[in-house]
Ligand binder design. Structure first.
Ligand code: NAD
Length: 321
């Protein structure tokens, strides 16, 4: 099969390209390197089945040429990370919504399947955990910048369903806090990276807020398995899937676990959100996915425990120091 991966030099994109190539596919990667890094795909250099193009997804001529070549588009390119949403909401709406809208239109025009990377953020501040795909979404005021990301991805989902009505095969994946080697420190699983780096350097681990907020961290290999199935399974078309892990952990417990696994005796310090994200911030106290739909239709089954995933990630970052 032939695939286009937008955001190929990013965290999830680079792992996805690697696995698609390992399975014998032909892959085109597109990235503007705004947050992605060439070193993330360095190991794919020289692979005859991989071609990498540095470009913004807004360059329609390039995008269209790539879309024409492939069977399936994995659309991962996006502005990611809370700090980045609160700094530049205009950029978030441009990339995550306006350019994405054009990409979907081109995919429809050329009759291609799209797998869209959406997010657990679309549930907003709903307290009905675990989140099910058809649950209501609850957002804060538009004066609070952090909601621009959830709104942009929600609008993308509506666009996908709109094109699905016209006959385009689309699958929407809502990722929940993926982590592993190459995670960006500002992104979803970024707290794992930040804690690991702080622990390895012997610095105090900085917990934002009081640390009781929970997340379900999912090791990247599990996320990639589900993502690849979403591109393959016909029954998945026209549907949304949560891709995550049921094991919920508080951020404070995560910090302690990382100290324990890394064998470091570091301390933990608390930092208020405003200090880090500015006053325009609202945190989500609990975030946990219902993954029944992905289990049934994609055969998704996260197998890597947090302990094993953290060990692998710590080992990878230790080599980088
Ligand atoms: N990592 C997670 O846990 C998580 C959770 C929920 C949703 N997601 C979604 O998954 C996707 C991938 O996330 P990630 O964690 O790998 O983030 P990432 O920042 O590592 O990857 C995004 C990539 O998109 C590229 N990009 C950004 N704007 C672009 C543009 N205009 N043109 C071309 N490339 C552009 C960046 O350079 C980067 O390489 C995103 O759509 C994100 O919203 C990720």
């Amino acid at each position: 099969m032939k695939y286009l991966v937008t955001g190929a030099a990013g965290f999830i994109g680079s792992h996805l390209c690697t696995e698609l190539l390992k399975q014998g596919n032909q892959v085109w990667g597109l990235d503007d390197l705004s947050s992605g890094k060439l070193e993330n795909i360095e190991h794919l250099k020289g692979n005859p089945n991989f071609e990498f193009v540095i470009s913004c997804i807004s360059n329609e001529a390039i995008l269209q040429e790539l879309i024409k070549k492939v069977d399936v588009i994995y659309h991962l390119a996006a502005i990611v990370g809370v700090k980045r949403y609160v700094e530049d909401p205009v950029k978030v709406i441009d990339v995550n919504l306006c350019y994405t809208s054009r990409l979907l239109e081109l995919a429809w025009k050329h009759d291609k399947k799209v797998v869209l990377a959406s997010t657990s953020e679309v549930y907003g501040k709903s307290d009905k955990v675990p989140f099910k795909e058809e649950d209501n979404r609850i957002y804060g005021s538009s004066t609070i910048d952090r909601w621009c990301y959830a709104i942009s991805k929600t609008a993308d989902e509506h666009l996908c369903f709109g094109y699905a009505k016209k006959g385009m095969p689309v699958v929407i994946l809502r990722f929940f806090n993926a982590y592993g080697p190459r995670t960006n420190s500002w992104a979803y699983g970024g707290v794992v990276t930040r804690f690991i780096n702080q622990a390895l350097k012997g610095e105090p681990l900085t917990v934002h807020g009081n640390g009781t907020q929970t997340r379900c961290f999912t090791y990247i290999d599990d996320i990639i398995k589900g993502t690849i199935e979403a591109g393959r399974v016909r029954e998945a078309e026209g549907k949304i899937f949560n891709l995550g892990n049921r094991n919920e952990i508080s951020i404070l417990d995560l910090a302690n676990k990382i100290l324990e696994i890394s064998g470091k005796n570091g301390s933990i310090v608390f930092q208020c959100y405003e200090e880090f994200y500015g006053s325009s911030y609202e945190d989500i106290p609990r975030r946990s996915p219902d993954i029944t739909a992905a289990e049934k239709i994609l055969g998704y089954c996260p197998t890597i425990s947090l302990e094993d995933g953290l060990k692998k990630t710590i080992e990878w970052y230790s080599k980088k120091l």
